[in-house]
Design a protein around this ligand. Structure first.
Ligand code: HEM
Length: 116
């Protein structure tokens, strides 16, 4: 069970890498939202929710931390959704939306690593 949980953490990290990596590429490029960002977010979300249940571990989970991460994830999803639909109409995404997605993704990774 423990090895399976570690495998799900790996999938979660792949989702984070795809979301943040795709965002960094765009930060140095056209500053648009891409499908890869949405896919990375979905992968991180599904694996994160699976990890939010207490299986394959001895201790208890930090639900305040997980709840905070979930709220931040929902904000990222909302910004990506709103930005992508506006981008379809106008061809570009507002800088505030674009930068917020990158910063909030980094905030969630920071919470994961620093909040113990
Ligand atoms: C874009 C959103 C997210 C990002 C960027 C992110 C990032 C990360 C990172 C970098 C780690 C590895 C930390 C470590 O092992 O020290 C991690 C672990 C973890 N994440 Fe996320 N995460 C996100 C969303 C979520 C959500 C929504 C949940 C659940 C509600 C979640 C639950 C977990 C759990 C349970 C772990 C295992 C290690 C721990 O307990 O801290 N994550 N996440």
């Amino acid at each position: 069970m423990e090895i399976l949980r570690h495998a799900v953490v790996l999938v979660h990290l792949v989702g984070f890498a795809v979301l943040f990596g795709a965002w960094v590429v765009e930060a140095f490029g056209q500053r648009r939202f891409t499908r890869l960002m949405s896919w990375g977010m979905v992968i991180a979300a599904v694996a994160g929710l699976a990890l939010a249940a207490p299986w394959g571990i001895d201790g208890s989970l930090n639900y305040a931390k997980l709840g905070t991460k979930l709220v931040v994830l929902l904000a990222i999803g909302a910004l990506l959704g709103i930005g992508t639909s506006r981008q379809r109409k106008s061809g570009s995404v507002a800088p505030a939306l674009f930068w917020s997605v990158g910063i909030l993704t980094l905030v969630n990774a920071g919470i994961a690593v620093l909040w113990r």
